[in-house]
Design a protein around this ligand. Structure first.
Ligand SMILES: O=P(O)(O)OC[C@H]1O[C@H](O)[C@H](O)[C@@H](O)[C@@H]1O
Length: 446
């Protein structure tokens, strides 16, 4: 069975193999704690065996709902923020045609996103285009109380009801939320929406393989069974392979060994812009899981070669507190050859007849060597191909490595207490009822 692969050799001039392998026993212990639910944040480790727990019936139900939406709508707006949209966007963008916004493949609804910001212009322009389209809404919130999606849902629900009437709107709205708690659950019951449950023991940023990710991914026309199959394959592999060959454990160990050497920033780099939002998903996963108690690696990301012409300078010669993890796709899904040019003014005829990917791969290798020479340790994750199966592997790989890495750091990787600070300030400033004391205090600071 082919899997995604990790190589850390280009970090070995910065950390020794012994420094990485010293995490061997500890990581095995952490995997056991994750599997048995005996570590920090153990109420939220339901994602560990999720791929093998999802049943065929659950997947069929999601696919059937996706199909019925597809028959009715040209656009599905996914309303959610953080873990309630990043996974779906990561997978959908990785698998979509690069110019999907032109709706080239109109067999499937175009999936758009809202509730991930509070921009008035964004919402205005979204409603402006939706008013003339057949659209549906998939509203996602684990807590059911998050402000950004709640505001977007108010607006789009009203627009949809105006467009097609309350009865039809009911058929086009799907709610994905907690089994019993939260305002969204209450509303869904009241209005009679079709709902899916986010399991109690799966936190938002680990929820891509629940209906949170799977429904929007299926609506976009992607094969969720293959995605889950890939995740399951990595679940089996990562939970049973010895440390020495285990990509997830070696990734967790290497990044912690580098962190101990003062490398406090990890840049996730790709050479295919389709992976841009995989990096956004990864940033939430690692940033919220590890950035606490004044600890944690700061997750950053770049799209190469584009960003070699902007951030490349810093990575090559800026502060030496960074390391880089490159995601490389072995085999592109399409073939394009570089043409011969009779004038050869750009002097590129030496490349004529070669594939674009051959150039991209040499850009990757050349960059990696240059960055290592410049003092930036490199890790490399190789995906055999960009498809549902290997994306499923990649998602699970990052999740399990994140759990282990968070435990190595000795934090609770499954909470996010720091996220509340901005929310309570915002409510105090907006004079939300119940926040009178906070409002008074914050106004004194202005
Ligand atoms: O799904 P929700 O409860 O609406 O939460 C959406 C997101 O916002 C929160 O503030 C957290 O920081 C995220 O971890 C979460 O994914």
């Amino acid at each position: 069975m082919e899997h995604i692969k990790l190589s850390f050799e280009k970090s070995l001039s910065f950390v020794s193999k012994e420094e990485i392998f010293k995490f061997k026993e500890e990581s095995k212990k952490h995997v056991t704690a994750l599997r048995e639910g005996t570590g920090k944040g153990n109420d939220y480790v339901g994602w560990v065996d999720l791929p093998s727990k999802i049943t065929e019936e659950e997947l069929n139900d999601i696919e059937a709902t996706a199909l019925s939406l597809k028959e009715k709508v040209e656009v599905l707006v996914v309303i959610g923020i953080g873990g309630s949209y990043l996974g779906a966007k990561a997978v959908n963008d990785a698998l979509a045609h690069s110019f999907d916004q032109l709706n080239i493949d109109n067999e499937n609804p175009l999936v758009l996103y809202a509730g991930q910001n509070i921009s008035e212009d964004y919402l205005f322009e979204l409603m402006d285009i939706l008013k003339d389209l057949e659209f549906g809404i998939c509203v996602i919130s684990k807590s059911g109380t998050t402000t950004e999606p709640a505001i977007a849902f108010r607006l789009l629900k009203e627009l949809l009801e105006e467009n097609v009437g309350k009865e039809e709107a009911r058929e086009r709205i799907i709610a994905i939320t907690d089994a019993s708690k939260g305002a969204l659950r209450t509303l869904a019951v009241q209005e009679g929406y079709k709902t899916f449950v986010i399991p109690d023991d799966v936190g938002g940023r680990f929820s891509v393989l629940t209906p949170v990710g799977l429904l929007p991914i299926a609506v976009a026309g992607n094969d969720i069974k293959q995605l889950v199959k890939g995740a399951k394959s990595m679940q089996e592999y990562a939970l049973s392979t010895p440390f020495e060959e285990n990509p997830a454990l070696l990734y967790a160990a290497t990044r912690n060994a580098l962190y101990a050497k003062g490398k406090g920033i990890e840049i996730l780099a790709n050479y295919n812009p389709k992976l841009h939002n995989v990096a956004e998903w990864w940033k939430q996963l690692y940033g919220e899981s590890e950035g606490k108690e004044n600890k944690g690696i700061f997750p950053a990301s770049v799209d190469f070669t584009s960003d070699l012409h902007s951030m490349g300078q810093y990575i090559q010669e800026g502060q030496r507190n960074i390391f880089e993890t490159v995601i490389s796709i072995a085999k592109p899904n399409h073939t394009v050859f570089i043409p011969e040019d009779k004038d050869n003014l750009d002097k590129l005829n030496f490349l004529a007849g070669r594939r674009i990917d051959a150039v991209n791969k040499m850009a990757e290798l050349g960059t990696q060597l240059a960055h290592v020479d410049g003092g930036v340790p490199n890790l490399r994750i190789e995906m055999p191909q960009l498809n549902e199966f290997f994306l499923g592997e990649l998602l699970y790989f990052f999740e399990i490595a994140c759990g282990v890495s968070g435990y190595i750091l000795d934090v609770n990787p499954f909470d996010q207490p720091g996220v509340e600070a901005y929310k309570s300030n915002m409510f105090a400033l907006l004079e939300k009822p119940g926040f009178e004391e906070e409002t008074k205090k914050i106004k004194e600071r202005l």
